[in-house]
Design a protein around this ligand. Sequence first.
Ligand code: CLF
Ligand code: SF4
Length: 512
Amino acid sequence: MGQLKPLKIRLESASNGGGCGTTGGEGKASCGSSDGPQDMPAEVWDKVKNHPCYSEEAHHHFARMHVAVAPACNIQCNYCNRKYDCSNESRPGVVSQKLTPEQAVKKVVAVASAIPQMTVLGIAGPGDALANPRKTFDTMRMLTARAPDIKLCLSTNGLALPDLVDEICKHNIDHVTITINMVDPEIGAKIYPWIFWNHKRLTGIEAATVLHQRQMLGLEMLTARGVLTKVNSVLIPGINDQHLMDVNREVKKRGAFLHNIMPLISEPEHGTVFGLTGQRGPSAQELKAVQDACMGGANLMRHCRQCRADAVGLLGEDRSDEFTLDKLDAMEVDYDLEKRKAYQDKVEQERSAQQAAKQQALAVASALQAAQDLKVLVAVATKGGGRVNEHFGHVTEFQVYEVSAAKAHFVGHRRVDQYCQGGAGDDEQLPSVVRAINDCHAVLVAKIGACPRDELMLAGVEPVDAYVGEFIEKAALDWFNDYRARVASGAVLHQHRGDAAIRQGAYTALAA
Ligand code: CLF
Ligand code: SF4
């Protein structure tokens, strides 16, 4: 991991500014991660409980989809190449199939019929949702008439936002994401070369100042109207890494419900300014350090997958290929509200069981007498449902949990290229998979072959297949208790882990 240069993170927490106007999230560190109904007003819980981005717990069970109806953009970000989708809420280097509002509604209804746990429609590009207001709002209006149980969500750079807040409310769009990378125009000028504003192109500090003012005003207006707002920030080492604590504090002051700090993905082949000038993205530990430093400010989201503008499915899986326009025509669509509700009720039961298992494991953990300050990261192979249920070789994304005697909580995910291809392990892929979880003490899997097992042990990551089918938090806590006991008895020497790499490049679910 020698190539990962550590950032000097300003470790004091973002100091608490004013109150969290709408949300009841004030002062807590993980509303978007794991909070439940006891942590917020009932009307807020109702909005977040089955939104996979606004509730970490929900993201194991509920799906979202995006429709690519908004091609235009009104600003330029240095991490974006407009040949591809908006990188403010998408993985760089991906091109989505653009749709008209009519095509989009047809697609959403078809997906909702096939995937009953799909609860949210988001518009997140491929440009800026609010730089294309007619297409965005026509889609929302027509969808509400056809499928009233689907929550509406959109993502924007914020420039046009203040002019459109009333329309957002008129369409009952309860969730809005604003990408805010700075609250200081000097820093903004290093990220945004220009904006198009009031029929003019503005550049430099002037552009960044207008953008900043519009973002803050838009956020305040949404908060005043009770719209739940998430702020996305792209972590750009050397440019805004030290500054994101200030961003966190300022957006909290203005009532942001969640703050999602995402890693810059920057490769020369994406053709972005940052990619071409060698601006690197953060390592996994650098990202975690900035997120940890922001705890105590606006609630943090750590489970973002930087989706495509036409993403379909659970976060982390991509089923967009099953719902291309040609396939939609051949599909039998049966949009049945009752059936959807019955399915979602079943998911709620599973979720309650997961909570109960976690509480039980915590009770055991805290009753044990052992080193209370031990805290480790554990990678988990899962294909959904909040359980350890994926083979090591089939993983395209590990979920990472921080585990201590007091809790096991989700802190991130690591994308990898699938190790097992066509029934056999691809040994060339293995080192990159191990590098992605190199900061973890163990990896919980449903099954693992001899070769990756040896490679992981050699790297100091313990492969564990003893918890197949169990809920993740319970499995992680049970493993941790066992690990603590082994450390206490001297059977294992507890050692500090190194850093891990964040996968660069456009993501494809399967390499073949
Ligand atoms: Fe889409 Fe964004 Fe709505 Fe979610 S995504 S518009 S809030 S429905 Fe979610 Fe995807 Fe991260 Fe976005 S994981 S990129 S945060
Ligand atoms: Fe690209 Fe999105 Fe920035 Fe527009 S707002 S330049 S689409 S990243």
